[in-house]
Design a protein around this ligand. Structure first.
Ligand code: KG4
Length: 339
């Protein structure tokens, strides 16, 4: 019998619902919240209000596009955390109400695990581009920068992580001081196609193991701007492309240096990337370059699965359903969880 999972994602500023049947995606609907652009960052209170407005139409659309009736659903998977508490509460409460009314189980999903398992979403039946276990996954988003050793669908070990800022945060904050829009990562990426990667040198961390740090880079970027602006008030405008290209090169170098060390020392050559920053073209190119230089088999997600989406929640729910790993009705969201 088919297993049909409805996934719900509401951890930050995207309301998303997806239907996956037997591992194959039937629909994936995402409502992004433009309301935050004016504030240069996500405003938690506005995010939860927008989720309230979006959740029912988004779920209805996902079920419609999947071409199924809600009675065909086997279970409802929802993001329990980590994320913004007010945002998580909307998805969690909706999942509870819907599963109670349909009398089907509920499955809690860790948002970070879901980013990793996005690599297992099939867009067509029979598709087989999935990583094989064990593999390393570089998870890079606005809130996380981690190297995860993935032993199975449910056994994941964080072997390195940022001790301060995340890679996406570094992109966003540096973009902000240059007066670029929000979120800054994609804007920096666009401008980085036009500049010289060696025009500026920013500091790189020297910390042991597989951990990351991006706060030093952020400070060194800020100090460069401060010093140069004293000499020329139009410095940013005249050097925007070079600044973005040099920044992107530094972030990618920092990420790849530790990942290379982890791959070498663990002997694992199956390497994946996930999370919002995995949309970055410099990072994608670096993965392809490492594949040919070091014999890695690399897994780079389709753009639709890089940023927050419910298909990754539904696929995680699918594997948990196989284990009959359901959660009780009193499950409350967590703003912080580790894998
Ligand atoms: O995974 P995600 O959608 O949300 C969470 O943080 O959970 O990641 C968002 C982050 C933001 O920091 C955004 O600037 C960054 O991903 N991002 C990028 C690119 N696209 C999104 N950073 C660099 N280059 C990109 N093309």
């Amino acid at each position: 019998m088919s297993i049909t999972i409805l996934g719900i994602e509401s951890s930050c500023d995207d309301t998303s619902a997806s239907v996956i049947r037997d591992g194959v995606m039937l629909s994936n609907v995402i409502a992004s919240q433009a309301v935050h652009e004016a504030y240069g960052g996500v405003v938690p209170e506005l995010a939860s209000r927008a989720h309230q407005q979006n959740i029912i139409p988004v779920v209805a659309e996902a079920i419609k596009r999947a071409g199924i009736n809600k009675s065909a659903l086997s279970a409802i998977a929802f993001t329990r955390g980590p994320g913004l508490m007010g945002s998580l509460l909307v998805g969690t409460s909706f999942a509870k109400g819907f599963s109670a009314s349909l009398e089907i189980p509920m499955i809690e999903v860790n948002h970070l695990q879901a980013h990793v398992l996005a690599h297992f979403i099939k867009q067509e039946p029979g598709e087989c581009r999935q990583p094989s276990f064990p593999f390393l996954c570089l998870l890079v988003s606005g809130g996380n920068s981690q190297i995860i050793r993935v032993n199975s669908y449910k056994d994941m070990e964080v072997i390195g992580q940022t001790i301060d800022d995340a890679a996406g945060e570094a992109f966003d904050k540096c973009a902000k001081v240059m007066g670029l829009g929000y979120p800054g990562g994609p804007i920096v990426n666009r401008l980085a196609n036009e500049g010289n990667p060696d025009a500026f040198t920013f500091s790189k961390p020297a910390i042991p193991g597989y951990d990351y740090s991006f706060s030093g880079l952020k400070t060194s970027f800020l100090y460069t701007l401060r010093d140069k602006l004293k000499e020329d008030p139009d410095f940013i405008e005249k050097n925007k492309a070079d600044l973005c290209t040099s920044l992107q090169k530094t972030v990618v170098d920092i990420l790849m240096n530790k990942l290379r060390k982890a791959a070498k020392e663990t002997g694992i050559k199956e390497v994946a990337v996930a999370g919002g920053v995995s949309a970055n073209s410099g990072l994608r190119d670096a993965f392809l370059d490492h594949a040919s230089r070091f014999g890695w088999t690399v897994h780079i997600p389709p753009f639709a699965f890089t940023t927050d989406n419910a298909a990754m929640v539904a696929i995680t729910g699918y594997y948990k359903y196989m284990d009959q790993d359901f959660c009780p009705m009193d499950a409350a969201p967590f703003s912080r969880i580790v894998i």
